[in-house]
Write a protein that binds this ligand. Structure first.
Ligand code: 5GP
Ligand code: MG
Length: 186
């Protein structure tokens, strides 16, 4: 799906397909350098990171493995302590592995901060974070992502894996969702 297919539902395009592709090329090259001689385990956070995982992992030349984790977040927004629960855990034992978390967006930071410490407690050789997007103005908790695609303003975006009510994940680019969509009955 392209933005021309849903003109009334978006405010503006934030990132084109081409911008995303070029950025992933760049970051994949950097990852190849940084992990030379090491075997990488990519851990994707379901389901927003599916597109990032598909497109980033295929650009990496080194051998790697892929696993997935699904988590749910409660108490976000008004509270400062996100309560997080694992819905689907990893298949892989990550002890002594070089882990790179693959995430779509770093917003308050609560999810990735929790996930990083959860994975760290399992004894990996290293844990780093890739996030395609981050909203610096929304950060509530310090989390360091080693690889960041783009900084974006504090607005709700959809597309390229990111959803609103499970929709728009198949949009090829990333766009700001029109606020009318939240208030319309679905
Ligand atoms: P955090 O714990 O950093 O506040 O939130 C991260 C999660 O919130 C992301 O993985 C994503 O699921 C969701 N999220 C945060 N900002 C946005 C956004 O602008 N659009 C969408 N679709 N999801 C978002
Ligand atoms: Mg996510």
């Amino acid at each position: 799906m392209k933005i021309q297919d849903i003109p009334n539902e978006i405010v503006r395009e934030v990132l084109t397909e081409e911008q995303i592709e070029n950025k992933l090329d760049e970051i994949a090259k950097q990852i190849d350098k940084d992990y030379e001689g090491k075997e990488l385990l990519l851990i994707g956070v379901l389901g927003g990171a599916v597109m990032c995982m598909a497109d980033l992992s295929r650009r990496i030349s080194s051998p790697l493995e892929i696993d997935w984790i699904a988590i749910s977040t409660y108490g976000q927004g008004t509270t400062s302590t996100g309560v997080i629960r694992i819905l689907k855990d990893l298949y892989t034992d990550i002890k002594n592995r070089h882990v790179l978390i693959v995430e779509d967006i770093l917003d308050s930071g609560l999810t990735l901060s929790w996930l990083k410490s959860n994975l760290t407690s399992r004894g990996p050789a290293s844990v780093e974070i890739f996030t395609l997007l981050q909203k610096p103005d929304a950060r509530k908790i310090e989390v360091e992502a080693k690889y960041v695609g783009f900084d974006i303003p504090n607005e709700f975006v959809i597309g390229y894996g990111l959803d609103y009510a499970q929709k728009y994940r198949n949009l090829r680019s990333i766009a700001v969702l029109h606020p009318d969509v939240y208030t319309q009955k679905s």
